[in-house]
Write a new protein. Sequence first.
Length: 277
Amino acid sequence: MKIEIINSLNFAKLPRVAQQINDVKKGKSDELWLATPHSDAHKIISELGLNPSQVFDIYTQSYFTPIDETKGIWWTDLDVPVGAQIVVNQNWTKSVTLLGHEIARVNWYEASQRIVSDVDWLDNNQQIDYKDVYRRDGSLFSRQYYSENSFLQIDFYNNSGSDICVRECYFQGKCNFVLANNQKFQSPESYIAAVGNRRSDTVFNIAEMGREIHFAPKHTQLSLLDSVLDDNSRIYGNLETLLKSDQDKISNVLVSASSYEILKKAGLPLNKVSIAK
């Protein structure tokens, strides 16, 4: 089985990521795995023309299924404290007020007939205390806790929004560990890699060299079919580091014949490099 892993659906239009998605659609790859949870994933997957059953959310460890957007939270149906009101301000922002004080700010999905996407609940100092993020079907996607406008904790919920699947814990604005399935992981990347490492019969493919290198499971292939050069016509620094290292997560770097010659001329180790057929 061949699985394409991408960092986020937010990068679906990047040429290499678009190629990964297209390979799944054409059957060249079996599945698409998402490393970063996305509250509007169902909508984006549909717009990309992907079969939801072929798209896997690594955080919740579940495949996507169609959702009923008619069950989304209409902005006036949002659950608020007794006596509170939801109002549209003159600048078209939305607020929840209680006894004349703003206690929350409400956002809704674009072109969704005012279906709630997220709510910032405010503390007495008008700073965000926590944020509830919803999917288009009204299920709770995540709850984000803040202290002085910095993350303290993010809880990600299952598809029904009833149970916490993953908890990210932060210190000084950085995620310093992840809790999932009664296990503790040093980072989101180590959790993502651990999920992938359970699939020993799988070849994973990545096509970008940012965060992808850090969350890549074992038996991962890096496909750089367009070029190995950056905008300054230099070999990607991350690629040089990768080829010179003794790490074994990324076992194969797939390049074009011309890129292979560039790497060879640069004197870089080629034991992990192969030419795409």
